[in-house]
Write a protein that binds this ligand. Sequence first.
Ligand SMILES: Cc1cc2nc3c(=O)[nH]c(=O)nc-3n(C[C@H](O)[C@H](O)[C@H](O)COP(=O)(O)OP(=O)(O)OC[C@H]3O[C@@H](n4cnc5c(N)ncnc54)[C@H](O)[C@@H]3O)c2cc1C
Length: 428
Amino acid sequence: MAGRDHADTEILRERSDLTMASCDYLIVGGGLAAVSAVEGIRREDGDGTIVMLCEEEAPPYHRPPLSKEYLQTPEASRELLHVKPEEWYEQADVQLALGTRATGLDARQRKVHDSDGETWEAERILLATGGRPRRLGVGGESLEGVYMLRSVADSEAIRKAAREAEAAVLVGAGFIGMELAASLRAYDVAPTVVELGERPWPQVLPPALSEFVQAYFEDRGVAFRCEAGVSGLRGEGRVEAVTLDDGTEVPCDMAVVAVGIGPSAELAAEAGLAVHDGIEVDKFGETSHGYIYAAGDVARYPDPVFGDTVRMEHWDHARAHGRAVGRNMAGAKLPYDHVSYFFSDAFDLSFNVFGRPSMADRIVVRGELGAKGSLVFCGHEGRLCAAVLVNENESMDECRELVRRRPSLEEIEEELSDPEADLAGIAG
Ligand SMILES: Cc1cc2nc3c(=O)[nH]c(=O)nc-3n(C[C@H](O)[C@H](O)[C@H](O)COP(=O)(O)OP(=O)(O)OC[C@H]3O[C@@H](n4cnc5c(N)ncnc54)[C@H](O)[C@@H]3O)c2cc1C
């Protein structure tokens, strides 16, 4: 995510430059999966014409800093976020149509209609439309001072509000809510995290780790209200408090709703493609309709490790899936072979997570649980299902391989818990 030198506007090509109404590859979406698909296509096909329709005006950018460094740094510029510099699109020979939304898909004829009234015909189409934050569906969500976080504009609005605010409520203790709470402390805002589950980050952290993280956050000025639903947001024009199910109110001058995302799969659904909490694809990224593919946050794909289908909303998956599917669109036949992984950073804690800790029915801790570097292995029905690394990034490869193999936990438990035992040997 290196810094880039070019202003957003320079990359925006005028509509009049877009003379093609047909192309070999049409990519709908302008995020990491879309850019990664271009890389994949170009690995296999140096000549095919590629057009990318991007609803946002900004060129493709990285989202993880939006809740972390970018949010914490008032002067941080958008160029730091760019996935690729302007000249990359020239070199890859991609036509980037910024500010252009795909409005309709005719799957049988492989045509896409866009918001500028253009109709595109393509040999292969990729849907990489990502997702949108879920709303709570309660009163007061449209009050001034209530935010959601997905885009760079959202992050900038939160950054601006944080400079003036004294107290904030974060609804949802998933990774975005937790990162936001930590980032808001950089502005001396007092955050309260409201969570429906009984502890913070319940989908990812096993209870012992959750407790440690909660105490760590509390020591740094973050309050928690767990097992609490939100029944509404109150205020005269501007938010003044968040009302909980038990009738109590948490006063605030800003609130962020961070309760997950839903896939932006409308185009596919309306075109009759198989959609079930995401666009269903096979191991090559192909949808139920030949020549139409999906990748990244919007796709539901067969997980090679756990054997079911899953939709991942993580940076590493968007990159790897985009690349793999792009190659397949251009004629390769590569099954997606990715061990699910994501990272998160809050305060001075870094988390690297492989597999599915949400399935854990027991854990094995290597070394001491804490900020000095710990490894937590999770088991499900006797087999390893996840590894969570806290402030430890030297064992990433070994943890990935262990989760890929899913060995019997009983057989390796003693070695796993011994910080002196060689992990590489255990990973085999
Ligand atoms: C604040 C934040 C922090 C994050 N932090 C982390 C982290 O620490 N670790 C981690 O692993 N992951 C993190 N993620 C998740 C990660 O950023 C996403 O998984 C990744 O961005 C998904 O990429 P994508 O290309 O599939 O979708 P997106 O990034 O959502 O891109 C899709 C793009 O398609 C556009 N689009 C949608 N519909 C249309 C249409 N009809 N026509 C044209 N364009 C359209 C959208 O406007 C969007 O620009 C974070 C996400 C957010 C929002």
